[in-house]
Design a protein. Structure first.
Length: 286
C-alpha cells in the first residue's frame, strides 16, 4: 500500500528522533548546569546553534542539522525548562551564552523556529557580539494565536489554571491549533499528552516566549533573515514583513508557498536553500 504523505512524515520523524537520542551527550556547563547536547566535532568550522522549544520537538531541526553539518559545526541542546517557575526569554538567552562559553565559541550563527525566535531576538539585542547572524524561521512582530487559543493562552498565563486544567485537555487544544494538512493534529496530541505536567510546562516554559516578545525598531542590529510559510497561522507573511521593517540589518523575507506552521521540518529543503543563500550573501558583503 502506498503511504500517505502524513505517514511518510511520521515515519521520518521517528528516525530523526532516534538520530538525536543516539547522538545527544550529557555535558556539564561552566555554570555547573547539566544538559544534553548535540554538537559536531568539526571545531574548526563556523558554528550554527539551533534554539530548541521543548525536547519533544527538537527533531524538527534534524534535516537542517544534516544539511549543514559538513560545512558548519552544528549544535542543538535540550533546554532546562520548568513546571513550577517561569522560564522567560532572558533565562533562555543566558543558557545559550553559557553553552557557547562552555564550548569556547566566541560567535555563532543562530537559527530559531516559531516562538523560539523571541529568544533569538533577545539574544541578538543583548548579546550582539556573540551572534554572527540570526535566521528567524517563523517570526512575527507580535505572537497572536487564533481565537479561542489566544484567550486560553492569556488566561493560563495570568491565573493558576494549571492546577485544574488536565494535560490531556491542554494537549488537545494545542494540537488542534498547531495541526494542519501536513502534520496531523492527532500526531501532535499523542506526543503532547505523554509529556509529564504538560499544562504546567506550557505555562511556565512556553507561553513566556510568546508574551515576552516585544521588538522595537532598530534595537536589534545583528545581520538577519526571515523565512515564513504563507499558511503559518502564527507568523505569516504580513507579520513577517512587519518584523523585517524593525530590523535595520535584515536581508528580507523569504516566503515558502503552501507552508504551514511546521514548515521548518516539512519544507526543510526550501528552508535550507534560503539559509544557505543568506549565508552566501553575508560572505559576499563581508
Amino acid at each position: 500500500m502506498k503511504l500517505m504523505k502524513n505517514d511518510v512524515i511520521l515515519s521520518q520523524s521517528m528516525q530523526d528522533n532516534d538520530f538525536l537520542n543516539n547522538n545527544m551527550k550529557e555535558v556539564v556547563l561552566k555554570s555547573g548546569a547539566v544538559i544534553k547536547l548535540f554538537a559536531t566535532q568539526n571545531v574548526d568550522k563556523q558554528a550554527i546553534l539551533f534554539i530548541p522549544m521543548i525536547k519533544e520537538v527538537d527533531l524538527v531541526y534534524v534535516p537542517l542539522i544534516k544539511h549543514f553539518q559538513d560545512d558548519y559545526r552544528t549544535i542543538l541542546y535540550e533546554p532546562n525548562l520548568s513546571t513550577v517557575k517561569r522560564i522567560g526569554i532572558e533565562d533562555r538567552a543566558k543558557e545559550i551564552i553559557n553553552i557557547l562559553d562552555s564550548l569556547n565559541i566566541l560567535q555563532c550563527n543562530i537559527i530559531a523556529w516559531s516562538d523560539t525566535c523571541s529568544t533569538a531576538y533577545y539574544l541578538g539585542k543583548n548579546y550582539s557580539s556573540r551572534c554572527l547572524s540570526i535566521t528567524f524561521v517563523g517570526i512575527a512582530d507580535s505572537y497572536n494565536l487564533p481565537q479561542p487559543f489566544q484567550f486560553l493562552i492569556s488566561t493560563l498565563s495570568k491565573y493558576p489554571l494549571e492546577k485544574v486544567f488536565p494535560s490531556r485537555i491542554s494537549a488537545y487544544f494545542m494540537s488542534k491549533c498547531l495541526g494542519g494538512n501536513h502534520i496531523s493534529y492527532k500526531w501532535i496530541y499523542e506526543k503532547a499528552k505523554r509529556i509529564p505536567n504538560f499544562t504546567k510546562l506550557v505555562k511556565f516554559s512556553v507561553i513566556p516566549q510568546l508574551i515576552d516578545h516585544s521588538p522595537a525598531k532598530d534595537e536589534m542590529r545583528v545581520l538577519s533573515k526571515i523565512i515564513c510559510g504563507d499558511k503559518d497561522f502564527l507568523a505569516g507573511p504580513k507579520s513577517s514583513h512587519k518584523m523585517a521593517a524593525l530590523l535595520p540589518n535584515s536581508y528580507g523575507v523569504d516566503i515558502i508557498k503552501n507552508a504551514e506552521h511546521f514548515f521548518v521540518y516539512i519544507n526543510h529543503e526550501e528552508v535550507a536553500f534560503s539559509i544557505k543563500r543568506f549565508f552566501n550573501q553575508i560572505k559576499i558583503n563581508d
